[in-house]
Design a protein around this ligand. Structure first.
Ligand code: CP3
Length: 338
């Protein structure tokens, strides 16, 4: 991410600390719930380090969640088993939304800063720690969508068409929160930061630049002013159609999902911007020979020159909880042996 030539392809996986790992499930059970795990710096540090200790990944990612921001805005996040994220104080009307926008976060996310500091103290010096936040648009999807993903966030898209001014107010406020949040993570020791626009792909072709890219750009530019040497990564799931404009952002790396051709993405990004991705997470549900074959196939799509200059192996989205831990070893070994 610093633009240096490397002699081996670096690898880490989105959601590398998660339910596919038995040691994660044990720690989560000790914490009692997902949110108590996030809010306990010692335990959050422990699960961050688990995949590093097991696989020797080249980067650690802070264990937390993108929804800590709406939680701090008073929506009270909860994860109900089998249901995904739920807010105890969902937004039902315009008044709720205005109140949420006006709620200040102050020191409510300090626990994340404590976690970052603790991880940085306990992580091997040569392994970078990635901090992260959701993009304003993706957070708005959850804030206005009641947490559910089953209906492609139809609620937020309804707000977009019916009350765009109010949506813009929310996006602007989230942008400010995200800048402060990432600033805090960097000050506490994050070596790089990543923005997850997991639902950017739900926007129409002409709305993506207005309702998502614009805010991503604002965040990247503001962080570049304060922290020019800290690498910034942007991942837009379903963002393939806008790749040409996404690579124009002043960031150091672009994450791509598995619907994008890696070779074309690397060509578009050029030498100054790294590409991160893009194995289909479902590949890891196959048998070991299949995993080996698909990992090699992906590495083969780039030239040696391209692999050494700005390529980071990752999945195209988060690892599935049904992945066998052994297949992740095979993935890492295949990249190392390549
Ligand atoms: O190693 C890591 O990457 C862990 C840190 C991390 C988590 N969430 C932990 C988590 C990160 C970077 C995230 C980001 C996140 N959270 C995103 C953006 C990335 C993406 O996947 O698109 C999004 C959209 C969320 C919101 C979220 N959090 C959802 C929709 C869910 C439920 C999904 C599910 O798999 O059930 C979560 C919960 C969550 N966040 C888990 C983990 C390990 C599983 C919850 C559990 O342990 O019960």
């Amino acid at each position: 991410m610093q633009g240096q030539t490397v002699d081996k392809v670096p690898v880490w996986l989105m959601r590398q600390a998660g339910r596919y790992l038995p040691e994660y499930n044990k720690t989560r059970a000790r914490a009692g719930s997902f949110m108590s795990l996030c809010k306990n710096p010692e335990l959050a540090c422990e699960v961050t380090l688990q995949p590093i200790n097991r696989y020797g990944f080249d980067a650690a990612i802070l264990f937390s969640d993108i929804l800590t921001i709406p939680d701090a805005m008073g929506m009270e996040l909860d994860f109900v088993e089998g249901h995904g994220p739920k807010f105890n104080n969902p937004i039902g009307n315009e008044n709720d939304l205005r109140r949420t926008i006006q709620t200040e976060i102050d020191t409510k996310l300090d626990y994340v800063g404590s976690t970052v500091k603790l991880i940085r103290e306990n992580l091997n010096k040569n392994t970078p720690l990635i901090g992260f936040a959701g993009s304003p648009w993706t957070l708005a999807c959850y804030v206005l969508g009641g947490g559910g993903t089953k209906d492609d966030f139809i609620q937020v898209r309804k707000w977009l068409y019916k009350q765009p001014d109010l949506l813009v107010l929310l996006l602007e406020k989230l942008t400010e929160h995200i800048i402060s949040y990432l600033t805090m993570q960097i000050k506490k020791g994050a070596d790089a930061v990543m923005l997850f626009d997991s639902w950017g792909g739900l926007l129409s072709y002409h709305n993506f630049p207005i309702y998502s890219l614009h805010y991503l750009e604002k965040i990247i530019n503001r962080l570049n002013e304060s922290f020019p040497t800290i690498p910034k990564i942007v991942f837009v799931k379903g963002g393939g159609v806008w790749l040409e404009s996404i690579v124009q952002l002043a960031c150091s790396g672009i994450g791509i999902d598995w619907t994008v051709d890696l070779k074309s993405a690397k060509k578009l990004a050029g030498k100054d911007c790294a590409i991160q991705g893009n194995l289909d997470p479902a590949v890891l549900l196959g048998d070991r020979n299949f995993v080996r074959k698909e990992v090699k196939k992906l590495l083969d799509t780039l030239t040696e020159e391209e692999r050494k200059n700005g390529y980071i192996f990752n999945l195209g989205h988060g690892i599935s909880q049904h992945t066998s831990p052994e297949n992740v070893s095979i993935l890492v070994d295949t990249i190392r042996e390549y």
